[in-house]
Design a protein around this ligand. Structure first.
Ligand SMILES: Cc1cc2nc3c(=O)[nH]c(=O)nc-3n(C[C@H](O)[C@H](O)[C@H](O)COP(=O)(O)OP(=O)(O)OC[C@H]3O[C@@H](n4cnc5c(N)ncnc54)[C@H](O)[C@@H]3O)c2cc1C
Length: 461
């Protein structure tokens, strides 16, 4: 008898390897070995797990959806609490509040569940991402330019704290935990077992507008969309992707893919009108506009991020303007190393002060790069390729979004100095013995510190 409703598998026991890495999305699995994996069945298991770790002097790591690129859930000699078996979702029509266990996937599970109730939530662009890590890091999802970071819509959480107690945190109680849960990422000091989410009514007319260009058009395309960005309606989400998906054997193409979640086709026409006036239209090698759905967009993202491959990701926020970024992006985008590798420029253009929450670094544009390859022999080369290119961009940057980082390879600033100091205080108070693993960073590297920045010509927004 283990005393758990779920299972605990200690290192050396049958099933350990599958429990260790079977739910890690990235096929590049690090050589880090937890002392045991607890496949929790319910909240009581999570409580018992944290108490067991206390009794045995083990640290605790957590896995929800297993999509951290760097597999943060894998920590040597820790008790890994895997929440994958807990998949409850509820929705209350009167309040519009949904509740989810953290392993619930934003796209494949939460989106259809909420759609059936006429509601929506800015889940991740890729359908299989777990809500746990996604929300803790901020959460960049569909309609986020309009509705903000997904974590801003977390109204409460249930948390198992370092002393093995289950507590509820909202705007009235345990407010420090709610503040930290909105942006601390893997530095959160507890195990969240349930999120309470403020949904919004399902938009009636999601529309996409997609232009395809040869890489040769990069400078003109970026200069145009970058100039347009601040005037675009907040429901319009413009992304330029350098990708080989439409032409797997050829050089990368540029897709300017824009979505808008609107209330009517007329509204979509109006907000997307500036894109119809594309000055490069005569040089496009493809253009489509039409109705779409979150499900269809999720499927496309799923195809861009195939399962079973090895991944490395890195990113930067920058206020640098298009013409200044273009040479760096040309260098990067013309060298995408494999058929599936891709890189994006996402026009974010923040136009407001962020609310009081841990999350605190963003910029005019988000540049993220993903190397994707099949063979272990290429691991080192591709990881270094992503980091080297991103490092050059980061000199014009402001910091990173935790969701696309691996601090073992390159660390950067992810919180404002003030919020980082405040987070450290919450941790010292809530987890004085350091029970929870926190950030995974290369030995000797400094947490929340960036490279020397170069002055740039941009000015936000
Ligand atoms: C294919 C793909 C597409 C992606 N697309 C997007 C996107 O569109 N937008 C975006 O914002 N991000 C995106 N990401 C990044 C993603 O949000 C992060 O990798 C996130 O960590 C995934 O959450 P998870 O629960 O699946 O990961 P996990 O690996 O399970 O969790 C990551 C870490 O978060 C912490 N954590 C997770 N759950 C809990 C919990 N319940 N309690 C306490 N700590 C916890 C732990 O430290 C854990 O190790 C994508 C990632 C992938 C692989």
């Amino acid at each position: 008898m283990s005393g758990f409703s779920g299972e605990i598998i200690w290192r050396g026991e049958p099933g350990y390897e599958d429990a260790r890495v079977g739910r890690v999305f990235n096929a590049r699995r690090p050589e880090r070995y937890p002392a045991a994996v607890l496949l929790a069945q319910n909240e009581e298991d999570v409580i018992a797990g944290v108490r067991l770790a206390r009794a045995r002097g083990l640290k605790v790591s957590v896995r929800s959806g297993g999509h951290s690129w760097a597999a943060w859930s894998l920590r040597d000699e820790a008790l890994l609490i895997d929440l994958g078996r807990m998949r409850d979702m509820t929705f209350e029509p009167a309040s519009g509040i949904a509740t989810v266990n953290p392993a619930v996937q934003g796209g494949t599970e939460l989106t259809p569940f909420l759609s059936s109730h006429g509601a929506a939530f800015p889940g991740g662009h890729c359908p299989s991402v777990g809500l746990g890590g996604f929300l803790l890091q901020g959460g960049q999802g569909w309609n986020s330019r309009r509705y903000g970071w997904a974590c801003e819509r977390v109204v409460a959480i249930d948390v198992v704290t370092a002393d093995g107690q289950l507590v509820h945190a909202d705007e009235a109680q345990n407010t420090d935990l709610l503040w930290a849960a909105r942006g601390a990422g893997p530095g959160f000091m507890g195990v969240i077992t349930r999120f309470y989410l403020r949904t919004y009514p399902l938009p009636k007319a999601m529309t996409h507008d997609t232009w395809m260009f040869e890489l040769a058009e990069l400078e003109h395309l970026l200069a145009w969309i970058d100039e347009l960005l601040p005037s675009l309606d907040r429901v319009v989400e413009p992304v330029i992707a350098a990708t080989r998906v439409p032409r797997p054997q050829g050089p990368p193409v540029l897709l300017l893919h824009t979505t808008a979640m609107c209330e009517s086709e007329q509204e979509a026409e109006r907000v997307l009108a500036p894109l119809a006036a594309c000055p490069l239209a005569d040089r496009a090698i493809g253009h489509e506009r039409g109705p779409t759905t979150v499900e269809a967009e999720n499927d496309a993202q799923g195809a861009q991020n195939p399962e079973g491959y090895r991944y490395a990701a890195d990113c930067t926020w920058t206020d640098a303007r298009g013409p200044e970024l273009a040479p760096l992006l040309r260098n990067l985008w013309s060298q995408l190393p494999t058929e599936h590798s891709f890189s994006i420029w996402y026009g974010w253009s923040p136009n407001r002060e962020l609310p009081d929450m841990a999350f605190s670094v963003e910029g005019r544009a988000y540049v993220a790069t993903y190397a994707i390859w099949p063979d272990a022999a290429d691991d080192e080369h591709h990881q270094q390729w992503v980091v080297d290119h991103t490092r050059r961009l980061a000199e014009l940057g402001k910091g990173v979004y935790l969701g696309d980082t691996d601090f073992i390879r390159r660390s950067d600033r992810f919180l404002s100095d003030e919020n980082f100091a405040r987070l450290e205080q919450v941790r010292a108070r809530r987890d004085p013995e350091g029970r929870f693993c926190s950030y995974l960073i290369a030995p000797g590297a400094q947490l929340n510190a960036g490279p020397a920045r170069r002055p740039h010509t941009g000015s936000a927004p």
